[in-house]
Design a binder for this molecule. Sequence first.
Ligand code: HEM
Length: 476
Amino acid sequence: MDAIFSYLLPLVALFLSLSLIFRANKRDSGNLKLPPGKTGWPLVGESIIFALAGPERFISERMRKHSPDVFQTSLLGEKMAVFCGAPGNKFLFSNEKKLLTSWWPKSMKKALLFPEFVDDSLKEVAALSHGFLHEILKPEALKQYIPVMDSMARQHLDEEWIPNGEVKVFPVSKKYTFALACELFMSINDPKHIERLANPFTLVTSGMFSVPIDLPGTAYNGAIRGGKMVREELLSIIRQRRKELLEIKETKYHDMLSRMLLETDENGELLNEMTISNNIIGMLVASYETTSTAVTFVLNYLAELPHIYEAVFKEQMEIAKSKGPGELLKWEDIEKMKYSWNVAREALRLMPPGQGAFREATTDFTYAGFTIPKGWKTFWTVHSTHRNPKYFPNPEKFDPSRFDGSGPAPYTFVPFGGGPRMCPGKEYARLEVLVFMHNVVTRFKLEKAIANEKVIYHSSPTPMSGVPVRLYPHEK
Ligand code: HEM
């Protein structure tokens, strides 16, 4: 009997899910002309194909096969319209709040946020934090952090980068960028405390864009467990800081948490602890993989392309020579790093750390002759333009001169997105990458230990061996 059930149950489940899909498609299609494409298997949709093919191939194949403007798929358990090319990016960036609202996958919300917020579709939290994040991450506010970034980069290289040895750039960059975020966001600099946050945090970032199957051993399950640990740790930090603030009426800290503790909402009330925690987690998540991936691939290209390295070295040495012994970098120095920033941008074009972003249609609307029904999710992606020869001739070539003058055409180079929801951490990332570049190239010449290292995709491109490089210190 048991054996019969074990055969029958999966068949019944398959039949039910197929009939549900059939009914859903029938209801969806009606008279509407939906974007072409396939939604794949029940629940997993095309997520597995996406993971196996990698985002770039997945997108370019479907643009060729279905439509260069917009196609449908199903990812992370959701029906999705993927908008393509510069016009697709422009459309989504310009219709924020008119036709679309922000949307995050369930896996991300469950891992990152307090359960109270999960069913609220995150709008409330994002709305509260969006303008405020832009405020605390704008260039004027970040200038004061440049010397801190510089001294931490120096200390990091002293401790982790071994002269005449080899270093794996990816793991050490992660260590540096996470330690920097802990310092600048919350003034946490005790290595043990940083590690206590970093370990569960890695679980979160590994599983936050996974298929939402909550079983022991799945990435989704790990992300939820990790998120709970990070939230508990953050809550205790926030409570302690709020207590100090109430007792001594002022704060000795100049970090972003202090700003949040003093911030009030539209009713003049101080932000509650959960909101602050959600915002700090959001910033940690948004900055962790992205900035470490950016640093890693910039250094990867510098190690691979000696002529690019030499030009960056020249620019950075001029800045280094203009400074007194031990004098730290400041805003004016960063402004001189023009060629280095073009190099970093070219690395962001070829290896963009963020893949794009989701939205939800708030009403039925038409794009390129197809209807996107209300409730559908949309996705814009760097992969439809960054290596597209239509926008970047000879796209595989590493060529920083693409950014000379007015640079690439609008809506084609979009590592930070665009429109009102453009990444508020763009300037933080620019400073962090440039300060790190300065420190590395003024101390070491780099040589790649593995040529043509394979890159796989988690939430960001991940070099399989961590980009090992040999380090040759410059003669003093
Ligand atoms: C190289 C580094 C980075 C890249 C490539 C990057 C990329 C992105 C992208 C593509 C988005 C989605 C935009 C959209 O929804 O259309 C985004 C959003 C966001 N980023 Fe970044 N980011 C980086 C660093 C940072 C840093 C350092 C922070 C914070 C300190 C940060 C904070 C955020 C936040 C809070 C959002 C959500 C904004 C919103 O929904 O309104 N990012 N980022």
